[in-house]
Design a protein. Structure first.
Lengths: 812, 117
C-alpha cells in the first residue's frame, strides 16, 4: 500500500513538473517545451553553414521554377509561368519571414489581443473602429474582380500555405514558440490586410482633432500663424513656375461654414489613439542623363519607416517570360514593390497629403442605431467586432457605420463625447481599390506610358511615384485619390448632420501634380508640399520642409553624376535646418548670464561643422536647444487648457524668427514681465544645458550615442535581446540621412539605367526573420557605415555563375 | 554496469521518442527503462536524470556550437537576463534531466509495487 502511494505521489509530481514546463500557466514561458532540443527553440539555432538547397514538389505549379540564392540569401526566382513565380514568392516569404507577415496582418486586423492578451485590447479596438478590416474587405473584392490580379494573389496565397502545411512544429519560428501559438492558414484577405497596414502607416496620420482644439484655444488668426498651409522656404517637388490647368469644377464652401465649422465651440476634447508616426516619409530623386556621367538616368530612393527586425523588406528577383524585376518586396503581398526591371526603375516617397476627415455625428439615442442626417433619422449599419483575448473572454464591440464611414470615437471609448455625439471617419483607405494592379503593371512596364497606365490604379496611400527609364526619361507623379476640397475643408472636425460637408469627389487624376523631364535635369521629392500656392486645389497635409531644400541644393550643383555620388548623397549628414537656425541662437544668447559649463556647450555649438556626424557633439547641443526653445515659446499659449495641443512644425518658429525677432508668441503670457527673444533663447539654453550635462555624465554627448540608433524587434520591449541597439549612425530629422533613434532609411537604393543596369542597395536587417540565423541582421553594419551591396540582376545565362551558393528546385 | 546500461538506454529511447513525440516523452523513456530494468528508486532517478541530461546537453551543445551560439546569446539574455549560452545549455540539460529522472523514479516505484504483489 505504501509503495502504491509513493508511486502515485511520484507520478503526481512528475505530471505536475511536466505541466509546469509545458504550459504558460506557472512560468511566463513553457520552459521545458521551449528548451527541449528536438522540439523547442534549439531547432531555430540555424547552423552558420546551413545549406538552403532544396527540391520540392507542389502539384499547384504549372511549370518549372528554379530559385538561385546568392551569398546574401537573395533569391533569384526563374519561373516559366508568372503565377508560379508568385507561388514561389509566397513560399519564400513564408520560409524566411512567416511570423512577421502573419503578425503584421494580425495587427492590421486588430487581433493582437489573441496573442498577447488584454493589454492590446484598446489598440485592437481602435484598428477595428478605424475600419481596417472593412477597408481590406472592400479592397479584396475589387482586386478579385480582376482575373490577372486574383490569379496572382491566389498563387501567392497557395505558396505561403504550401510552406505552412509542410512545416513541422519544430520548424515554427521562434516567436510562435515563445508566445505559444501557431500560424493560421494564409488567405487573399490577409494580403489585402497587409495593404491596409501599409496604408495606415503612410496615410493614417491626421491632426484634425488636435487642430479643432487649437483653433478654439488660439483663435483663427493665431492658428493660421502657427499652422500655416505653406512653408515659405519649401522647395516644391513640381518646379516653381509650372502652369497648372484650371479645374473644370471647384468644390464650394457651404454657406454655414463660418458659423457651424470655423467658429464652432466644442467641449468634447480628447486625444486620438494610436496615431502612426508622422515621420514616415522618404527621399527619392532621379537625375537625367544630361547630368550623369553615363548619360543615362540614375534613380535613388530611401523610404523612411520605423526600423524593425525582422526588416519590413525582403529583397529578391523575379524572372518569368513576361517580366524580370528586382528589388524589395513586402512579405505579405505579391510582386516587387520598389526596384527596377530591364527597362525602368521605380521608387516612392510619401505624399503626406490629408486623406482622412472626421464628421461630428448626432445619434438619436443611446442605442446608436439612428443618426440625424439630411433632416431625418437615418439607420446606421452595425458591425459587431469580436475581439478575442488570450486568457480571457471576448470583447464585443459594435461599430456603427454612417454615410461617412465608421464611427471611430463615441462615448464608449471617449467619455468626453456626451449627448449621443460621435466622430465618424471618412478615409480614402475604405474605398474599393485594386492597388496591387499598380505593382503588377509596374513590374512589367517598359516605358513612361506603361508607368502612367500602372499608377492610375493606385488610390491610397498618396505617393510621389518616381520613374526613370533606359530610354532616358525621368518623371514623377504624385498619385492617389485626393479629395477635392474647398479651402479649410477637413482641417477640423466637420459637421455631420447633412451632406453639405461631404467630399464632393476627387481631384481628376490628370490634375495630380506631376513633372516629366524637367529643364533642371533632376526631380526630387522628400515629403514636402508638392506644389506652390498656384496649384488650384486646397491640399492640406503634414509636409516636411528641409530635406527637400538640401536635396535640391545639392542636386542643382552636381554634374557628371555617378552612382557613387548618389550613395554619398543618401548618407549626407548636413543639417540645413541648423544652418538657418544656429545664427538666431548665437546672435541672441546673453553670454553674460552663462556659467562656465554653459559657455563650454555654447562653444561646441559655434564650432560645429553643421554635420550630424556620429562623433559630433554639436547636433546634441543644437537639437536640445531648439527643442527647448520651441517648448518655452509655445507651451504657454498651447497649454491654456488641460489638454495639450499639438506643437507647430519646426519650420514655423524658424521662419517666423528669420522674418521678425519680435514674433508675437515670444512673450511668456504666464509672467508679468514682457520677455524678448534674447530672454527666451537664454532661458531655453539654460534648460537644455541641464539635459546636456546629464548626457555628458553618462558619456553620451556625441550625437550617435545620444541618438542611440536602435532597430527593435516587432515585439519591442517584449523581445529586447532580438534588437540591435546603440548603432553608431549619424543623420537625423531634417537631414538627408534621416536616421533617428528608431526610424529612418529602411532601404537605400541607387539604380543607374545603363544598358547593363548598375544597381546598389542595402537595408538594415537581413533576409531571414529568424533571430537564430546569421542572416537575421547581417546587413546592419553595412547600412550603419553607409555602404551598399552591388545588386546582381541575374540573367538566364548566368545559371552556373559562382555567385550562386544554393539552389531550390520547385517542380509540380 | 546495470546503471550505465540504463543511462544509455534512457538516452537512446529518449532520443527516438523525441523524433516523433512531444518533448515530455523523455519521462516515458526513463519510466520504461526503469520499469523493465529495475533499480532502486534513488538510483533509478539518478540514471534517468543522467540519461536525459547527457542527451539534451549533447544535442543542445552541438546545435548551439554549429550556430556560433547566435540564438543562445539572445535567448539567454531573454530568459536568464544574462548573456551566457553555456548556462542556457546547462539549464536545458537540467530540465530534461529532471523530467527524465522523475519518469525513471515512477518506473522504479511502479515496478516495486509489482514485486511485492
Amino acid at each position: 500500500m505504501l509503495r502504491i502511494i509513493s508511486f502515485l505521489v511520484a507520478l503526481l509530481l512528475t505530471s505536475g513538473l511536466i505541466y509546469i514546463l509545458d504550459s504558460k500557466k506557472v512560468l511566463p514561458v513553457p520552459l521545458g517545451k521551449l528548451l527541449s532540443p528536438q522540439e523547442g527553440l534549439w531547432q531555430n539555432a540555424e547552423p552558420v553553414n546551413a545549406s538552403f538547397n532544396d527540391e520540392l514538389r507542389f502539384p499547384d505549379l504549372k511549370g518549372k521554377v528554379d530559385v538561385y540564392l546568392d551569398e546574401r540569401l537573395v533569391p533569384h526566382i526563374f519561373a516559366e509561368d508568372d503565377n508560379d513565380a508568385y507561388f514561389v514568392q509566397g513560399y519564400l516569404h513564408a520560409r524566411f519571414r512567416l511570423w512577421q507577415m502573419e503578425f503584421q496582418t494580425y495587427a492590421a486586423a486588430g487581433r493582437i489581443s489573441e496573442i498577447i492578451g488584454d493589454r492590446a485590447v484598446s489598440y485592437d479596438r481602435t484598428q477595428r473602429r478605424m475600419g481596417m478590416v472593412y477597408g481590406a474587405e472592400n479592397a479584396l473584392r475589387e482586386m478579385e474582380k480582376d482575373p490577372a490580379i486574383k490569379a496572382s494573389i491566389d498563387a501567392y496565397t497557395a505558396g505561403v500555405n504550401s510552406y505552412i502545411s509542410n512545416m513541422s512544429s519544430s520548424e515554427l519560428p521562434v516567436e510562435y514558440k515563445l508566445l505559444g501559438y501557431k500560424p493560421e492558414k494564409w488567405s487573399n484577405f490577409k494580403t489585402a490586410l497587409f495593404t491596409k497596414a501599409m496604408t495606415n502607416d503612410l496615410a493614417g496620420y491626421d491632426r484634425d482633432i488636435e487642430f479643432t482644439h487649437a483653433l478654439q484655444v488660439l483663435g483663427e488668426e493665431n492658428f493660421r500663424i502657427l499652422f500655416p498651409e505653406i512653408a515659405d522656404s519649401s522647395a516644391t517637388i513640381i518646379p516653381k513656375g509650372t502652369v497648372f490647368s484650371q479645374p473644370a469644377v471647384m468644390p464650394e464652401k457651404p454657406a454655414t461654414a463660418d458659423s457651424l465649422y470655423l467658429h464652432r465651440r466644442d467641449s468634447a476634447w480628447f486625444l486620438p489613439d494610436f496615431k502612426p508616426d508622422p515621420a514616415n516619409g522618404s527621399n527619392n530623386w532621379a537625375v537625367a542623363g544630361s547630368r550623369t556621367k553615363s548619360g543615362r538616368p540614375i534613380l535613388s530612393n530611401d523610404p523612411h519607416l520605423r526600423l524593425s527586425l525582422p526588416a519590413i523588406w525582403f529583397e529578391m528577383q523575379m524572372h518569368t517570360p513576361n517580366f524580370n524585376a528586382y528589388g524589395v518586396s513586402f512579405p505579405g503581398i505579391p510582386g516587387i514593390v520598389i526596384g527596377f526591371n530591364e527597362y525602368i526603375a521605380f521608387g516612392f516617397t510619401n505624399s503626406e497629403r490629408d486623406v482622412r476627415d472626421y464628421y461630428d455625428i448626432k445619434f438619436k439615442d443611446e442605442s446608436r442605431r439612428e443618426y440625424w442626417f439630411n433632416n431625418t433619422w437615418r439607420a446606421t449599419e452595425n458591425r459587431v467586432e469580436e475581439i478575442k483575448i488570450n486568457g480571457g473572454f471576448s470583447l464585443m464591440d459594435t461599430v456603427s457605420y454612417t454615410v461617412f464611414g465608421p464611427v471611430l470615437y463615441d462615448k464608449s471609448n471617449k467619455t468626453q463625447l456626451k449627448d449621443n455625439r460621435a466622430y465618424a471617419l471618412r478615409w480614402v483607405a475604405h474605398d474599393p481599390s485594386n492597388i496591387l494592379k499598380m505593382w503588377h503593371l509596374l513590374n512589367r512596364a517598359k516605358n513612361y506610358d506603361d508607368y502612367l497606365a500602372a499608377i492610375k490604379y493606385f488610390n491610397i496611400p498618396g505617393q510621389n511615384m518616381l520613374f526613370a527609364s533606359k530610354d532616358g526619361n525621368i518623371a514623377l507623379w504624385q498619385q492617389a485619390n485626393f479629395p477635392m476640397r474647398w479651402k479649410d475643408q477637413g482641417l477640423f472636425v466637420m459637421p455631420g448632420q447633412d451632406s453639405s460637408y461631404m467630399w464632393k469627389g476627387f481631384i481628376p487624376q490628370e490634375e495630380n501634380p506631376h513633372v516629366i523631364n524637367p529643364a533642371e535635369g533632376y526631380i526630387s521629392s522628400a515629403n514636402q508640399r508638392p506644389v506652390d500656392s498656384t496649384y488650384p486645389y486646397f491640399i492640406p497635409g503634414n509636409y516636411d520642409v528641409y530635406r527637400g531644400i538640401i536635396i535640391n541644393r545639392r542636386l542643382s550643383s552636381m554634374e557628371q553624376v555617378t552612382p557613387e555620388d548618389m550613395m554619398k548623397l543618401q548618407n549626407d549628414n548636413y543639417n540645413v535646418f541648423a544652418e538657418y537656425a544656429r545664427p538666431i541662437l548665437l546672435n541672441n544668447i546673453e553670454r553674460s548670464k552663462l556659467d562656465d559649463t554653459e559657455k563650454k556647450y555654447l562653444y561646441i555649438l559655434s564650432a560645429w561643422n553643421l554635420k550630424n556626424d556620429p562623433q559630433e557633439k554639436g547636433p546634441t547641443v543644437f537639437t536640445n536647444w531648439w527643442d527647448s526653445l520651441q517648448q518655452v515659446i509655445f507651451t504657454d499659449e498651447l497649454n491654456q487648457t488641460d489638454l495639450p495641443v499639438i506643437m507647430p512644425e519646426k519650420f514655423v518658429l524658424l521662419e517666423a524668427l528669420l522674418k521678425d525677432t519680435a514674433f508675437r508668441f515670444i512673450d511668456n503670457i504666464r509672467t508679468k514681465e514682457k520677455e524678448n527673444l534674447p530672454d527666451m533663447i537664454t532661458i531655453a539654453f539654460k534648460k537644455a544645458c541641464m539635459e546636456l550635462q546629464n548626457a555628458e555624465k553618462e558619456g553620451r554627448l556625441n550625437w550617435a550615442s545620444y541618438k542611440n540608433t536602435s532597430i527593435y524587434h516587432l515585439l519591442r520591449n517584449g523581445a529586447l535581446p532580438f534588437a540591435r541597439t546603440g548603432l553608431q549612425n549619424g543623420g537625423g530629422v531634417n537631414v538627408i540621412n534621416a536616421t533617428t533613434h528608431d526610424h529612418g532609411p529602411s532601404w537605400r537604393m541607387v539604380i543607374q539605367m545603363t544598358d547593363e543596369i548598375e544597381a546598389y542597395a542595402v537595408y538594415p536587417g537581413g533576409q531571414e526573420g529568424n533571430p537564430g540565423s546569421r542572416y537575421y541582421d547581417n546587413f546592419i553594419d553595412q547600412w550603419t557605415t553607409g555602404k551598399y551591396y552591388r545588386l546582381w540582376f541575374m540573367s538566364e545565362k548566368e545559371k552556373n555563375d559562382k555567385k550562386i551558393i544554393w539552389k531550390m528546385i520547385f517542380r509540380s | 554496469m546495470k546503471f550505465l546500461v540504463s543511462v544509455l538506454l534512457t538516452a537512446l529511447l529518449g532520443f527516438s521518442l523525441g523524433l516523433y513525440f512531444p518533448w515530455w516523452t523523455v519521462a516515458l523513456s526513463g519510466f520504461a527503462v526503469n520499469y523493465f530494468l529495475f533499480q532502486k528508486p534513488l538510483i533509478a532517478f539518478a540514471s534517468g536524470f543522467l540519461g536525459i541530461f547527457i542527451l539534451w546537453g549533447i544535442i543542445t551543445m552541438m546545435r548551439s556550437i554549429a550556430n556560433d551560439h547566435i540564438l543562445a546569446h539572445r535567448i539567454s539574455l531573454m530568459i536568464l537576463k544574462k548573456d551566457n549560452p553555456n548556462l542556457l545549455i546547462a539549464l536545458s540539460a537540467l530540465i530534461g534531466g529532471l523530467v527524465g529522472g522523475m519518469g525513471a523514479l515512477c518506473g522504479s516505484l511502479l515496478r516495486k509495487t509489482r514485486l511485492t504483489a
